[in-house]
Design a protein around this ligand. Structure first.
Ligand code: AMP
Length: 571
């Protein structure tokens, strides 16, 4: 059925509004800060710093830069049910759990309606620019989105991952419908009790609607790759379900079953077509356009720790463009991709100046040049910064921990490239390697293989002197030559070009790098571990550097090692 015209979203008008907002980003920033501070002036936290007014200079002089650790006591009181204005004037009623895959435990952050609004602003901004290139008309989106379990905190607040909180908001569905890309799966699938069942049903729903699917998306690109790897395992079963109109027993949640049975009717022609098409594929190349002939693009966050999945995603997508989505976190959104034509590796994010107040700590090679952050419009092209956020949900001068590089400006607002997480480092003595350095090293050395590196992580082993880096690889099924694997290990070692690392290796202050191969399925076990702790698959990012506190992940890795190699790169 056609949607009513007045419900439709006008992307050109939205771009005009965005143009206006970004013309004088500095003023918009000042107004935004004023609004945040005026709204929350009476909160305990802001009262503590004795602000006289909402002047940015006074704000920056009086309110300190903080990390999540500093705010934890305040957030904990909210979580425990205190309803006095602690961080915000309006009580916080919902809590988000950040993915927490790096530190081994999720962090609690405040969530409110204002964050839902800013999420929709971001979605609409990037959609408007995307729609100029790839206009969507009355289609459906295969969205690999999953809700994590929401639970009540001790104080009775609803808690779930930020993505779950967004999917549960009525605004989410309204926005998707107005953009004419409703999800091809019913709510019962998105909110299903079990992630594996939801994934199977997302695939089944999309196949049933195969001609209507115009977009394939997920929050992070990893979920799309994971979904089609799963498809490779279950495709015949999916075809049988469609042929017979009978849902597999593996789907045993009552509500998800009822919802799926309403959709599933025997359709032997469709089943035969999918079966024939899939049988003709070589190594599943072009799987996505083969399944969904009217798909226009594949969409999700593809930068940062998602880059290693791009090769496989390109393989599945064939000629379909891969478009990176936006940049944000459980703590709030930052920027939208307004240049969807850029290859995902080069994606940048234009900061929306009205969704928060942003400051930038200048960095030089990962180190702070001076602790004094600068304003949104003062940043310089080519420089790297750590982002500091003040938002509508009670975070004031909050260090996000992400490193970004300024690549240009859209009107007067900067365009940022994501560089890496700041605290994610391989470090033994004077060496310093980020997740990006590790990613590059794996990319270079992985080229020597006949097969592919399915996933990877690392840690520093200082249990013996000298300490050394350990890199874990899970490989695809192909049998690899022993000699090549030894060369991969040497290549990894040589690919860390940080001067501190190289000099420490030369004088043996750091020992030979160790490459440990783990059994197929090890990274699935790590994923299952995080899901078991309440993480949502939608927000999952494989931890690229496992800290000491991540005991269970270290146990899973260690118990699945099949072989290890030591580098001979430095003699
Ligand atoms: P979460 O902790 O689950 O809220 O994840 C938020 C983090 O994901 C951010 O702080 C970034 O480190 C990462 N992230 C989010 N968006 C992007 C993006 N577009 N590119 C790279 N990394 C991103």
């Amino acid at each position: 059925m056609m949607k009513k015209i007045d419900e439709r979203f006008d992307s050109e008008q939205f771009i005009q509004e965005f143009d206006l907002l970004t013309k004088d980003a500095e003023k918009v920033q000042r107004d935004t800060l004023k609004k945040i501070l005026n709204d929350n002036f009476d909160s305990e936290y802001l009262q503590k710093w004795k602000l006289e007014n909402a002047d940015p200079e006074i704000y920056k002089a009086k309110v300190p830069l903080v990390t999540h650790h500093d705010l934890e006591p305040y957030i904990q009181r909210i979580v425990d049910g205190e309803i006095t204005p602690i961080l915000t004037k309006k009580p916080i009623t919902t809590i988000s759990l950040s993915s927490g895959t790096t530190q081994g435990r999720p962090k609690f952050v405040p969530f409110n309606d204002e964050l839902v609004d800013t999420t929709m602003q971001i979605y609409k901004t990037s959609f408007s620019f995307r729609n100029r290139l790839f206009p969507i008309r009355n289609g459906k989106a295969l969205q690999f989105i999953y809700s994590s379990k929401q639970f009540k905190t001790k104080g009775g607040l609803a808690a779930g991952t930020a993505t779950t909180n967004v999917y549960r908001s009525p605004q989410f569905k309204k926005t998707m419908n107005s953009m004419q890309i409703p999800c091809s799966s019913p709510d019962e699938v998105i909110f299903g009790p079990d992630f594996h069942q939801s994934l199977y049903c997302h695939l089944l729903c999309a196949l049933i609607h195969r001609n209507e699917i115009q977009v394939i998306s997920s929050t992070f690109a990893h979920s799309i790759v994971h979904a089609f790897r799963t498809f490779e395992q279950v495709w015949e079963e999916l075809c049988t379900n469609i042929r017979e109109g009978v849902l597999s027993d593996r789907i045993n949640g009552p509500s998800i079953r009822i919802a799926m049975e309403k959709l599933l009717k025997p359709n032997p022609e469709l089943a035969d077509l999918i079966y024939k098409n899939c049988s003709s594929l070589i190594d599943w190349y072009r799987l996505i356009p083969t399944l969904f002939p009217n798909a226009m693009y594949v969409y999700g966050i593809m930068t940062g720790s998602m880059e290693p999945y791009l090769k496989k995603l390109r393989h599945y997508a064939g000629e379909l463009p891969l478009l990176s989505s936006d940049y944000g976190s459980s703590e709030g959104w930052i920027g939208a991709n307004v240049k969807p034509q850029s290859p995902p590796e080069c994606a940048t994010y234009a900061v929306l100046p009205h969704i928060g107040y942003f400051e930038f700590i200048p960095l030089n090679d990962g180190f702070e040049l001076e602790a004094k952050p600068i304003g949104l419009t003062e940043v310089k092209i080519g420089e790297e910064y750590e982002i500091v956020v003040t938002n509508f949900a009670g975070l004031y001068r909050y260090r996000l921990g992400d490193v970004v590089k300024v690549t240009g400006f859209y009107n007067s607002t900067p365009e940022l490239q994501f560089v890496c997480r700041k605290n994610l480092m391989l470090n033994i003595n004077i060496d310093k390697n980020t997740e990006r350095d590790l990613q590059l090293a794996v990319e270079i050395s992985g080229k020597l293989l006949a097969g592919e590196v399915v996933d990877f992580t690392s840690l520093v082993d200082v249990s013996n002197e000298p300490g050394h880096y350990v890199v874990f690889w899970e490989l695809s099924g192909n049998l690899e030559d022993e000699r090549i694997l030894g060369e991969c290990c040497d290549c990894l070692d040589r690919s860390f070009v940080d001067a501190g690392y190289v000099s420490s290796r030369k004088v043996r202050a750091i020992g030979p790098l160790e490459l440990r191969l783990v059994k197929i399925g090890t990274f699935q076990k790590i994923l299952d571990h995080f899901l078991g702790m309440g993480a949502a698959f939608s927000q999952y990012k494989t931890p690229r550097c496992v800290g000491k506190s991540n005991v269970e992940v270290i146990r899973i890795l260690s118990s699945n090692v099949v072989k290890s190699y030591f580098s001979s790169a430095f003699g």
